[in-house]
Design a binder for this molecule. Sequence first.
Ligand code: INI
Length: 166
Amino acid sequence: MTQPPFAFASDLDASGLRFGVVVSRFNHPISAMLLEGCLEALREHGAAGDGIDVAWVPGAFEIPQAARVMASTGRYAALVTLGSVIRGGTPHFEYVCAGVTDGVREVMRDTGVPVSFGVLTTDNIEQALARCGGEMENKGRDVALAAIEMARLVPAVESHVPEPQS
Ligand code: INI
């Protein structure tokens, strides 16, 4: 009979883990609401108050640098990045979005530390407000849960010893 595949359980227990949060000050009210949702979710899932470090940076473009420094310390089970880039009338939006998305992906690839992506990239402020506690959701919460799940999954995969093939 064929054995069922081994499946890693999805684990959202944040207790005993240390998280780093990098949050951009640009469009501050949006960032503050994203941070609130993120902290609430981490705490609800068991993270201790002193198990969360928050680093504010000037804008989304600076997020990858702060995330890289935090990840390189080896102290964090996962990082959360938060911010908001709102389209203006020039190509600046595209450059900031590309810088932060590529930069965060590179930090994750280079360090192996999970980094969840909670930087809103929207056409206008209404779309941003709707995603940080408005009528739709708070993306800060969602990305905090992604960080917890990956913080648990990565070491579980690394320490998993597969059954020998018969
Ligand atoms: N930074 C943001 O986080 N959001 C924006 O909408 C934004 N806009 O529109 O310009 C923005 N720009 C600043 C940028 O992230 C850097 O802080 C700045 O260029 C200094 O390096």
